[in-house]
Ligand binder design. Structure first.
Ligand code: ADP
Length: 293
């Protein structure tokens, strides 16, 4: 019996080894479980629109055979369901491709302002449907970031389109670009090789996407970037969401040795900020003048 005062005997080496192995098994089992959950979730997400498509095909072959008006209606629904499946498959493929080369730092040089202007132009129509104004608040020029332009476009597109989806109608979505000191946002310990910018260049380009939406309760924040995690699944689906957007964002930002922060207040709105390591290459005045045209 232990009186609570005696010093515990040292753990023999063999037992310690066994404990370590047990830990490994637990970690392996957890990752196996995560993989199984992921496949189950993905299958479920695909099966729902697929069942609906099969159902409508049966109806079109039978009861609706001679009803052109019902046929039009059903075909429109089938088109929506097929589009949803296609978005889902695209997102799943993106995610697996990004995960494959997550350890490789992309070697392009990206003009973030240029990308943001393109993303905003592409989403203008979608924003107008909900009477949302997209505002770019940025200096005339910012340093380029080391990155892959397609992937960074995907990041900005996902964040701005989420803001459009989840903010309230007739409000502003602001995309604010600033250059910040990496140390101030917790990047002091970044190894020089991860900085890409060379000497002293711990500057980061910060892109904050702010909305005036319903906000997200604190309990959801840590899980938001998990695959298929949604605060309100029905709402997300109704808005055309796949539940994979933020998981994709997180993986791309990791690959760029950047950071994603999420701040939100219920009833006020949310801010998703991406920090990306800046290079020493500033855009020339000619570049920024050309871009402003
Ligand atoms: P989805 O395709 O469902 O939008 P995401 O991975 O992009 O998937 O986002 C996950 C969830 O995070 C969303 O379902 C939504 O609940 C929440 N979310 C994302 N962006 C916002 C936002 N700007 N405001 C409120 N909730 C958001």
């Amino acid at each position: 019996a232990n009186d609570g005062l005696s010093v515990p005997a040292p753990v023999p080496q063999t037992i310690r080894m066994a404990i370590l192995t047990l830990h490994d098994v637990t970690a392996a089992r957890r990752s196996e479980q995560m993989r199984a959950d992921f496949i189950a979730n993905a299958s479920h997400e695909l099966r729902t629109p697929l069942s609906s498509l099969l159902g409508f095909i049966e109806t079109l072959r039978g009861p609706a055979r001679d009803d052109p008006e019902a046929q039009d209606r059903f075909l429109a629904i089938m088109h929506d369901q097929a589009s949803r499946m296609s978005r889902l498959v695209n997102d799943l493929l993106s995610l697996s491709r990004i995960e494959l080369d997550e350890h490789m730092l992309p070697n392009g040089r990206v003009d973030v302002l240029d990308e943001l202007e393109n993303v905003i132009a592409a989403l203008e129509l979608k924003a107008a449907e909900r009477r949302i104004r997209l505002i770019l608040d940025a200096p005339d020029s910012v340093p380029r970031v080391a990155g892959d332009d397609d992937q960074l476009t995907q990041v900005f597109q996902n964040l701005v389109s989420n803001a459009i989806k989840y903010t309230r109608e007739d409000s502003d979505v602001t995309v604010q670009v600033t250059v910040v000191d990496g140390a101030a946002v917790g990047f002091a310990g970044l190894p020089a090789s991860g900085r890409r910018g060379g000497r002293g260049g711990a500057r980061m380009v910060a892109v904050a996407v702010r909305d005036q939406g319903e906000g997200i309760a604190r309990t959801h924040l840590p899980r938001l970037t998990e695959r298929f995690y949604r605060v309100d699944a029905a709402r997300s689906r109704a808005m055309g969401g796949t539940g994979l957007g933020l998981a994709i964002v997180k993986h791309i930002v990791n690959r760029h040795r950047g950071r994603l922060t999420i701040e939100s207040e219920v009833g006020v709105g949310s801010a998703f900020t991406v920090y990306l390591p800046a290079t020493d290459e500033s855009l020339g005045a000619a570049d920024s003048a050309a871009r402003r045209k």
